[in-house]
Design a protein. Structure first.
Length: 417
């Protein structure tokens, strides 16, 4: 089992900053030497517990970094990956017409810099795949988006948390038949990537790469330290989190299908009977669904480790905005969450803040995001040079808009090609 990230403070030497890198390289060396049994691929900190794409990506890095010895070059490559990921995230925010005041928060996280550039965790690679998949889905490139997402799942299983939202989005946008075909494609990608290992020991691969019964250590938890070790390790606590996860998804599902004009039961009936009609979804609604599904999974996670912040960090500003929270409070909540994820080891206070900040994002979107924020985004969706014909949803007409329209009629419209 790989270790979690210790104190994020910069170390004196480059080699001191890596944590799992050496283990990754040891595992890759076994793969290169011909080992294909997942149960036998191990490193100094434990066995290989990630799917096949992880081993392929770090095999490439193994060759680029002189068999992993050139750690500085590896960190430079991950710095490039961080910048590429940030560019994709910014593109997603622009697609959804998120307000400019959110953008500084995307580049200020110390913990995120550590996860990508110093630690070189595979979470950085998986996060890039996640955001690229979101961007492609926002652009309605469904096949490419689902393919990239499936590849991300083959790096780390955390991206499975997006499955509920992806299923609803494709059903609403494409219908049942196309959704099934995309699902089959996603499964085939997993199988094709894993073929060398499945041929050798299929049970071993599935049990390690997608291990669901993994035992978590209380000393590494970032989110549930405040509940105490006895409760954390109890089966009742684990089952309770699972029930909460399923319940929240069911509640959100009811809101997610509202664009169809049907209630949850009727939507499922029409879908299964082939009578469900496709409906256009706004980009902001699409991204809200995907990030809400992620946040629900993280809120109900059995245990979060420091590197999991890679998935959450760039989602938080958007979700807080969609929750209708005032900009000043968004900055305050962002700073509080950033503080909590930088406390090492976690404390009762920091872990409570981690859970509370996630709860604010999830329940804020649930209770306020689908109504108040849509009105705000409609009012501002044509600012900053956006053309009216490119808006996702029609905006309400206000007196100010009439004055603006009259002034625009007297001058050439830069939005008209």
């Amino acid at each position: 089992m790989s270790r979690t990230e210790p104190d994020p403070a910069n170390q004196a030497t480059t080699t001191d900053t890596e944590i799992d890198w050496s283990t990754y390289m040891q595992q890759v060396s076994l793969y290169i030497s011909g080992e294909r049994d997942y149960l036998l691929i191990k490193g100094s900190t434990g066995p290989l517990v990630y799917p096949a794409a992880h081993i392929y990506i770090y095999t490439l890095l193994y060759h680029l970094t002189d068999e992993g010895r050139d750690i500085l070059l590896g960190q430079v490559l991950f710095a490039v990956l961080y910048l590429a990921s940030l560019a994709v995230v910014v593109a997603c925010y622009r697609q959804t017409r998120a307000p400019p005041y959110l953008f500084p928060l995307l580049a200020l996280s110390k913990r995120l810099h550590s996860i990508f550039v110093l630690r070189m965790f595979n979470d950085g690679v998986a996060t890039f795949a996640m955001w690229l998949a979101i961007y492609l889905c926002l652009r309605r490139s469904w096949t490419a988006g689902i393919a990239v997402w499936s590849f991300g799942v083959a790096i780390k299983m955390t991206l499975v948390l997006l499955v509920p939202a992806i299923a609803v989005i494709t059903l609403l946008s494409l219908g049942l038949a196309r959704s099934i075909s995309l699902g089959v494609m996603a499964v085939l990608i997993q199988v094709l990537l894993a073929v060398p290992f499945l041929q050798t020991n299929s049970i071993g691969y599935l049990s390690r790469a997608f291990e669901l019964s993994r035992q978590f250590l209380f000393k590494w938890t970032v989110n549930w330290r405040f509940v105490g070790e006895e409760r954390f390790l109890s089966r009742e606590f684990s089952v309770g989190l699972l029930v909460l996860h399923i319940s929240l998804l069911a509640i959100f599902f009811r809101n997610w299908v509202k664009p169809s004009g049907l209630n949850m039961v009727r939507f499922l009936q029409d879908t299964l009977q082939g009578r469900q009609k496709t409906v256009p979804l706004s980009k902001s609604f699409t991204m809200t669904m995907m990030l809400s599904s992620l946040a629900i999974g993280l809120l109900c996670a059995r245990s979060l480790h420091y590197q999991f912040f890679a998935y959450l960090a760039w989602a938080t500003p958007f979700l807080l905005w969609r929750a209708g929270i005032h900009p000043i409070l968004i900055y305050a909540l962002w700073a509080l969450q950033e503080w909590a994820w930088n406390v090492f080891p976690s404390t009762n206070a920091s872990s409570a803040v981690v859970v509370l900040s996630l709860a604010v994002q999830v329940f804020g979107v649930l209770f306020n995001g689908s109504s108040e924020i849509d009105k705000k985004s409609d009012k501002g969706s044509n600012r900053g040079g956006d053309c009216p014909k490119m808006r996702d949803t029609p905006a309400p007409i206000h007196p100010e808009a009439c004055i603006f329209r009259e002034s625009m009629l007297r001058a050439p419209n830069p939005c008209v090609s």
